[in-house]
Design a binder for this molecule. Structure first.
Ligand code: TXE
Length: 503
């Protein structure tokens, strides 16, 4: 079948206009990027993207079929044998750096697209663009600085370990942070010399497509990065089940993660899974509350709580509990929810489906005390998916809303009596992604940081501003493998040991 092609979608050059909330992104966004060309999906099928700020059609994206996925994987394999595979580490790094510069050049457009598509306040989308550029910069710089090693062995041997690429890497991306998650995963993989096939989310996909355009403009050879929008049960599943993929990075829900890992296991393909959490912040009686309070709240409501590392549990020592409740409630009462582009504290949540999930958790909170909530601004009565953020309290840390990931703007505050109990509550869920400890006591900082089960622990802060350099990933049901920092380069490569006998 001859596929229709277009040179450019026009997304990266999209002119940002004033009142974008009602704008329909009419560009030919219904394409897949395969082997450097924007092509129709095999069956010429489309998926509608809905603008969460008004519930109306935003754009249409391609619905890639199994064959489209196959073509994308073949294009990646060919790029590895030829153009991309022949590049030196230095050359790969320079292309990533060029991509980083172009992301900055198109940052205004990218931020607007992400804000419209995901429904996140514009300034949060701007931060995501900066993070994307930073990932490309970090891994572009690292591409020629990741080495193998030599091993002292018997005197008549020379032993070296080469750090080699894996081959074709698959990247299954969720809707909550498309730019950031593409950035952290693709940049590291390309730096190591792999070729990528990306399956963005069917709920938010536009910046992934714009990123494809930027890669082409930066001179990334055809096939090194392929983008196949589509449904998870179709394109996603086909990608996860392919024998020709050599690694899968997945960020998303626990159940889909299990299904991806099960599919990969049939082909003995390694996976990196990032599956969210129920991340606690532990506030001791000597904490600097002036500094802590904004972190306690913002880490829960950022992107309407739809963040894998959202802090949805706040554990507070009983002696300062009422003070913290009062201060957090004060902040909550000033939180404003508005259409994303208007850039208040929260935008809408991603979809009607997500709204229903969050509402069902809110209903389960009926036996908890509602301490405070934010308010909806004008413009939110327009079919968009708006939810006011809510702060609840309970002593029952085993309650389902204090144990399960809600993925919405709900925080639960829980009192504790002593350090031992705080650690017990923090470690009581099946998750372990991120945690923070607020105390001025140095011994306690280290004791608690070591005792809490999570991949990242922050002391007297939360998130360290994103920290591209800092290894990130979960334990337990939050997943396995590490992204970010140099760790990610290890995940996207393998060691080959050469034992040379010269006796
Ligand atoms: O996730 P899915 P959904 C959590 C959050 C949310 C819930 C549901 O709790 O409420 O997941 O969100 C692709 N084979 N997180 O349904 O299904 C899918 O197309 C291969 C946490 O959106 O996990 C999309 O690209 N791929 C999270 C990606 O997987 C499949 C971020 C994620 O979708 C597939 C998002 C399949 N069988 C949701 N089925 C986080 N950790 O940050 C779907 N996909």
């Amino acid at each position: 079948m001859q596929l229709r092609q277009s040179q450019n979608l026009g997304l990266k050059d999209w002119e940002v206009k004033a009142n974008m909330v009602n704008e329909l992104v009419w560009f030919p966004t219904n394409k897949c990027l395969i082997d450097g060309a924007w092509v129709d999906s095999e069956l010429n099928n489309e998926i509608e993207l809905i603008n969460p700020s008004n519930g109306r059609l935003l754009s249409r994206i391609a619905r890639a079929s199994k064959n489209d996925v196959k073509n994308a994987i073949s294009a990646a394999s060919v790029a590895l044998e030829k153009t991309w595979g022949e590049k030196t580490a230095l050359e790969r790094g320079r292309i990533l750096l060029k991509m980083s510069q172009l992301v900055i050049k198109y940052s205004k457009n990218l931020a607007h697209l992400e804000s419209l598509d995901v429904g996140k306040p514009l300034s949060q989308a701007k931060n995501d663009v900066i993070a994307l550029a930073r990932y490309l910069e970090f891994y572009g710089g690292a591409a020629d600085k990741i080495h193998g090693m030599t091993i002292p062995f018997q005197n008549d041997f020379s032993v070296s370990c080469l750090r080699e690429r894996l081959g074709v890497t698959a990247h299954i991306i969720p809707w909550n942070y498309p730019m950031q998650i593409i950035g952290r995963s693709i940049s590291a993989s390309l730096a190591m010399g792999n070729a990528c096939v990306v399956k963005p989310s069917e709920e938010a996909c536009l910046t992934a497509l714009a990123f494809g355009e930027i890669a082409t403009e930066a001179g990334l050879p055809a096939g090194a990065l392929n983008i196949i929008p589509g449904f998870g049960f179709e394109a996603g599943q086909a990608l996860a089940a392919s024998k020709k993929v050599n690694h899968i990075s997945f960020t998303g829900s626990l159940l889909t993660g299990i299904s991806v890992q099960t599919a990969a296991a049939q082909n003995v393909v390694p996976t990196t899974l990032e599956l969210g959490g129920k991340s606690p912040q532990i506030v001791f009686d000597d904490a600097n509350l002036k500094r802590a309070i904004p972190f306690l709240v913002n880490a829960g409501i950022q992107n309407s709580g739809q963040t894998c590392s959202a802090s949805s549990r706040i554990l507070v020592h009983e002696t300062i509990y009422r003070d913290v409740v009062e201060k957090m409630s004060g902040m909550y009462k000033n939180l404003r929810v508005a259409p994303a582009i208007e850039d208040y504290d929260l935008g809408p949540v991603i979809s009607r489906r997500q709204m229903d999930i969050i509402t069902s958790y809110q209903n389960k909170c009926s036996d908890l005390k509602l301490l405070a909530e934010g308010s909806l601004m004008e413009g939110t009565n327009n079919q968009g998916y708006y939810m006011s953020p809510k702060l609840f309290e309970t002593e029952n840390y085993r309650h389902s809303v204090a144990q399960e990931e809600i993925f919405g703007p709900i925080q639960i505050i829980i009192p504790f009596k002593n350090e031992q109990e705080a650690i017990k509550i923090a470690n009581s869920t099946d998750y372990g992604l991120v945690a923070s400890v607020w105390t001025e006591n140095g011994s306690r900082q280290l004791r608690v940081a070591k005792a809490v089960k999570a991949g990242q622990i922050f002391v007297n802060n939360y998130g360290a501003g994103g920290g591209v350099e800092l290894p990130f990933g979960g334990i337990g049901r939050s997943g396995h493998g590490r992204e970010k920092g140099f760790e990610s380069l290890y995940s996207f490569s393998q060691l080959k040991t050469i034992a040379n006998f010269h006796g």
